[in-house]
Design a protein around this ligand. Structure first.
Ligand code: NAP
Length: 306
């Protein structure tokens, strides 16, 4: 234990939780909330969290000297949420209510991780003010989670985003899948009719900490500067990692059979966050260059070993 203040990341074994912890563990005592997965990287602590129980969460938060809670628990599979709406509600909404209540009671800053998946996807560059139009169970539960977080903890910071990064061996990320497929000569099909504003997870953590330092509350889009199709994102990965772009085939969400309905355009405007931070948040190629540099770093090796 060092003299740093604490940060608790719920969903600490997920893609975002692990990358966030790695990004800040030299500045904070990082506690990663555990559920099924037990392994945590060196220099962080794992803690079982009673995510359904606001009273017990309050006790757990009181026992840690916390500056911040980042709530990154989520039932994140769109297909699984649609198949089991009750569990989706319990994980995405009820657990958010419990952690928000505990943060309010303990006067602890809460960052709630929301999504770019809240809209119907017929517009481009969604701002924080636009009315949300969820089109599936995942989106509806994430929309309800935002609402309940702000009801129970009015000074919460709600982050809408889309991210990628080096995942642990048990949960490869979108970028991991593209890179490993291209490296092993496998073809990948990527939608040319789905747009996102992707952000490297560690850059997302860095930007959110800046928003926190500037006392931002309410909803902020912390997303990349470039809106790209998933196809273009894959092609940029091929370019930066010097992989064969011909292995990438264009596909269309509109033609995909059997998938739960999802938005075509999920791009977020990050103008509000850029204005607060006084800097751009980073474009696709800039963040992919960082991803490339991270590949052989100790921090990424620690994730691969989990
Ligand atoms: N990935 C994206 O691009 C993206 C985009 C927008 C928003 N988000 C949001 O960002 C957040 C983090 O996403 P992610 O991609 O890091 O998710 P992830 O990799 O799927 O991890 C989810 C985390 O939640 C935990 N969890 C799941 N069910 C739980 C339960 N019943 N009780 C306690 N913990 C539970 C998991 O624990 P175990 O590992 O033990 O199962 C894991 O630590 C989510 O809220 C998601 O909605 C993600």
């Amino acid at each position: 234990m060092n003299s740093h203040r604490g940060i608790l990341i719920t969903g600490g074994t997920g893609l975002l939780g692990l990358n966030w912890g790695q990004a800040v563990k030299d500045r904070f005592n990082v506690t990663l909330g555990l559920h099924q997965r037990r392994g945590v990287p060196p220099g962080t602590n794992g803690l079982d969290l009673p995510m359904n129980d606001a009273g017990k969460l309050t006790e757990a938060i009181e026992a840690l000297d916390l500056e911040l809670v980042v709530h990154a628990v989520g039932m994140t599979s769109v297909e699984a949420c649609e198949a089991d709406p009750q569990t989706a509600e319990s994980v995405n909404v009820d657990m958010t209510a419990a952690i928000a209540e505990a943060c309010q009671k303990t006067d602890t800053r809460l960052v709630h991780i929301s999504t770019d998946h809240l809209f119907s996807g017929t517009r481009h560059g969604y701002t924080e003010e636009l009315e949300i139009e969820p089109v599936n169970v995942y989106a509806r539960t994430k929309a309800d989670a935002e609402k309940v977080a702000l009801e129970r903890c009015p000074d919460a910071l709600i982050i809408r985003t889309n991210f990628y990064g080096w995942g642990p061996s048990y949960r490869p990320s979108f970028s991991d899948w593209i890179i490993s497929s291209l490296r092993t000569g496998k073809k990948v099909r990527l939608f040319n009719d789905v747009s996102i504003t992707p952000m490297l997870a560690t850059e997302l953590a860095r930007s959110v900490h800046e928003v926190v330092a500037k006392r931002g509350t309410g909803i902020f889009n912390v997303a990349g500067d470039d809106a790209v199709t998933k196809l273009d994102f894959g092609r940029s990965i091929a370019e930066i990692f010097d992989l064969d772009p011909d292995l990438i085939e264009p596909g269309r969400l509109a033609d995909a059979k059997g998938l739960v309905r999802r938005p075509h355009d999920m791009s977020l405007s990050n103008a509000k966050t850029r204005a607060l931070l006084g800097r751009p948040l980073g474009g696709v190629k800039e963040h992919l260059q960082i991803l490339k540099k991270q590949e052989h770093s100790v921090l990424t090796r620690e994730l691969a070993n989990l």
